[in-house]
Design a binder for this molecule. Structure first.
Ligand SMILES: NC(=O)c1ccc[n+]([C@@H]2O[C@H](COP(=O)([O-])OP(=O)(O)OC[C@H]3O[C@@H](n4cnc5c(N)ncnc54)[C@H](OP(=O)(O)O)[C@@H]3O)[C@@H](O)[C@H]2O)c1
Length: 314
């Protein structure tokens, strides 16, 4: 069987190092499903590893992409009931390819009520938000988010409110996000209004930050020592140095928690995530053919975007 994949053989800017490669797919391993991909989004979490940010953990050549939805076309006898069904083929191979093999016990069945464009985005950002809220609970707390227009932050904000946060403020870079944040119950704050940002930081109990850099430093400098700062992204590309007067800083990365989720707990987590996702606002999608992946990356790079680019496999 021929398979076309978006591969990288060296680290660098995704636009430069990604190549479409077609090859014969290796035979399916025992205990694995083969999934014909339907859709996969373009997230920061897919692009950052290609740059070499986690080069110590990635063996080259590699297939890009960490999530998506597809239909099972082959399965071991123990999972034969999944043939023809939609699943999320996770924690196996890269997802930006036509056919993905993944361990049958880790594939997540998709409920019929969930459309492909939502299912394709049900892993990285929802699970990261879900785990961060479990590890650093927002109940009774005043919450501050950065990069608040991002998919991960809008779920963090809505689910923090659902879990009893007293108020959620969202710092956004582009003005376009203000109204949509308000509609989700998140109080918008423009990133350039630094006095407001500092005043809110001073009154916050917990900050979930995905920007790093100068904004993180401004927030940390204003926060109370008893508060908590959760750093889960570095969208500015600028790290920041810790200082003694800062509150406690916690670094979160989803990969540190996946191994601890045995297959049963992993499946159970998604049963929660499906019900939470379907009841939440999430960004709309722009579908682009897999063959036009360069346009999908260009769409991803647009500042002030409110839609997530999603690769559609023909
Ligand atoms: N640690 C983990 O395990 C984990 C898991 C999932 C996600 N994440 C992180 O979560 C973040 C969001 O990912 P996503 O897929 O949700 O993003 P997304 O939906 O693609 O949205 C990206 C958002 O980031 C904003 N942004 C980009 N650069 C910025 C900057 N320098 N300063 C302020 N805002 C900036 C954009 O604002 P504009 O609209 O103004 O352009 C946009 O709203 C990423 O950093 C990702 O790595 C981490």
């Amino acid at each position: 069987m021929e398979n076309t994949a978006l591969c990288y053989r060296q680290f660098g800017e995704p636009e430069t190092v990604l190549r479409r490669e077609t090859a014969i797919k290796a035979p399916l391993q025992p205990g694995y499903l083969r999934v014909q991909m339907l859709m996969a989004p373009v997230n920061a979490s897919d692009l950052i590893p290609i740059t070499g940010a986690y080069r110590h953990r990635i063996t080259l050549p590699a297939v890009a992409g960490y999530e998506g939805v597809g239909r099972v076309i082959a399965a071991p006898d123990s999972a034969a009931a999944l043939i023809g069904k939609r699943v999320l083929p996770l924690r196996g191979e890269g997802n930006w390819q036509q056919y993905v093999d993944c361990p049958a016990t880790l594939a997540i069945p998709v409920p019929d009520t969930i459309p492909d464009s939502l299912a394709a985005r049900a892993f990285i950002n929802p699970l990261a938000a879900w785990l961060m809220l479990s590890l650093y609970p927002p109940q009774g707390k005043r919450v501050l988010l950065t990069a608040a227009g991002s998919d991960c932050a809008i779920l963090l904000g809505q689910w923090a409110l659902r879990q009893g946060a007293t108020e959620v403020y969202g710092i956004h870079r582009s003005a376009v996000h203000a109204d949509r944040l308000r509609a989700m119950g998140i109080i918008p704050v423009a990133q350039h209004e630094l006095d407001s940002v500092r005043a809110l930081a001073a009154a916050s109990d917990i900050v979930y930050d995905a920007t790093g850099g100068e904004l993180a430093l401004a927030i940390l400098g204003a926060m109370d020592k008893s508060a908590a700062f959760i750093c889960y992204g570095l969208l500015s590309g600028q790290p920041f140095a810790l200082q003694r007067h800062f509150p406690s800083v916690h670094w979160f990365h989803i990969r540190n928690y996946l191994d601890a989720l045995a297959p049963e707990a992993w499946q159970a987590t998604f049963r929660d995530i499906w019900s939470w996702l379907i009841a939440s606002h999430y960004s709309d999608t722009t579908l682009l053919p897999f063959t036009d992946w360069q346009s999908a990356l260009a769409h991803y790079r647009q500042a002030g975007r409110t839609r997530k680019p999603v690769l559609e496999f023909g």
